[in-house]
Design a protein around this ligand. Structure first.
Ligand code: SAH
Ligand code: SF4
Length: 346
């Protein structure tokens, strides 16, 4: 998958006229052809030489799992035999109104993850490799094709740490937002990170108004370090300094994601501390009752405890959502399906 400038350079090397750039971008991103052979207005020698070097579909569909509320999870196979997963989440009338036509796609950015958060399936098997920009963008193209739906909201909350794959992420964002590419508005794209401080500051420099979500999961160093090793490298105070930098460059509220895990981070005192944290950077909070992962000891608190936690936040003046459970029955927490496939238990 190529950006406009990459394609332009490539065609120059092939001594092609410049109008070919638009022709080819149109074939790839608008007409959505699967192969270079399908580009009928290109000279055949050019098609042959490009198809050898730039496959247009670097991943293939393995299986789809859908749950009752029609959240669908797609297991996709990469050219090297590895697997990634992508989740399509339909509009939630409760959140966005009855007539919402929002289709959110949750994409992966890496195979596995090096950050080893204690609650997460993606990190269980360690890190394998970064996804290329083409592999990131192709998740969208493939799911649109399989589902017949247009993705108009995108979250980087699948497998992997997107900010640890910074260059490919930026290249993918360029293709996804460009008018010659997929044309999805930057404001409808959320990048989620476990809190890589230098990369958050770098991402803040990007001209596109993308949204940022932080996997906080603990309001202080003690709680956070217990479940997120990354906190030892980038403690909460440093993270919040970086978020101030983000706020100074962007005008959208940051989202703090907070998984509720029984006996770990779900005490009312944690909620009170979270109010102060969220206030300090004018963030909203997304509460997610923990999704059980096979082989991990953690459990979610009772619904009542989740509601009480949320109440402390709203009473404290923080805008908070308690995520409607979706996809629990299809291993929707990131990385679970792929892990089963690679371990041969799917
Ligand atoms: N690496 C990035 C993005 C991928 S994880 C990050 O950590 O932000 C996307 C979200 O799923 C994160 O908020 C992560 O903490 C959450 N998550 C991981 N395992 C989960 C589980 N078992 N239940 C609920 N949420 C989970
Ligand atoms: Fe990696 Fe994010 Fe999972 Fe942590 S929560 S292990 S950073 S994918």
């Amino acid at each position: 998958m190529l950006t406009r400038s990459q394609l332009s350079n490539l065609l120059e090397q092939h001594a092609q006229p410049s109008y070919r750039v638009n022709q080819i971008l149109d074939w790839i991103y608008k007409k959505r052809v699967h192969s270079w052979e399908g580009m009928s207005n290109l000279p055949s020698e050019l098609r042959e030489s490009l198809s050898a070097d730039f496959p247009l579909r670097p991943l293939s569909h393995v299986l789809t799992k859908g749950s009752r509320d029609t959240t669908r999870k797609f297991l996709l196979k990469l050219a090297d035999g590895r697997y990634v997963e992508t989740v399509l989440i339909p509009a939630s009338p409760a959140l966005y109104g009855e007539t919402s036509d929002r289709h959110t796609l949750c994409v992966s950015s890496q195979v596995g993850c090096a950050y080893g958060c204690k609650f997460c399936a993606s990190g269980l098997d360690g890190f394998t490799r970064n996804l290329t920009a083409a592999e990131i963008v192709s998740q969208i193209l493939l799911v649109e094709e399989l589902s017949g739906e247009k993705v108009n909201n995108l979250v980087f909350m699948g497998m992997g740490e997107p900010l640890a794959n910074f260059e490919n992420l930026c290249q993918a964002l360029e293709i996804i937002t460009a008018h010659w590419g997929l044309g999805i508005g930057a404001r409808r794209i959320t990048v989620s990170t476990s809190g890589l401080v230098p990369q958050i500051k770098k991402l803040a420099e990007l001209s596109q108004q993308i949204r940022l979500a932080i996997s906080l999961h603990g309001p202080n160093d003690e709680t956070r370090s217990q479940i997120m090793p990354v906190n030892r490298k980038y403690p909460v105070a440093d993270l919040f300094d970086a978020l101030e930098v983000w706020n100074s460059k962007k005008n959208q509220k940051i989202t703090l994601e907070y998984i509720l895990i029984d006996g770990i981070n779900s005490h009312i005192d944690h909620a009170r501390e979270l109010v102060q944290r969220a206030k300090s950077i004018r963030a909203k909070v997304n509460l997610i009752p923990y999704n059980t992962v096979e082989g991990l000891p953690w459990v979610r608190p009772t619904d009542q405890d989740c509601l009480s936690f949320k109440k402390v936040l709203t009473n404290g003046g923080i805008s908070a959502t308690l995520r409607l459970e979706k996809g629990h029955d299809i291993d929707a927490a990131c990385g679970q399906l792929r892990l089963k496939k690679e371990q041969g238990t799917l």
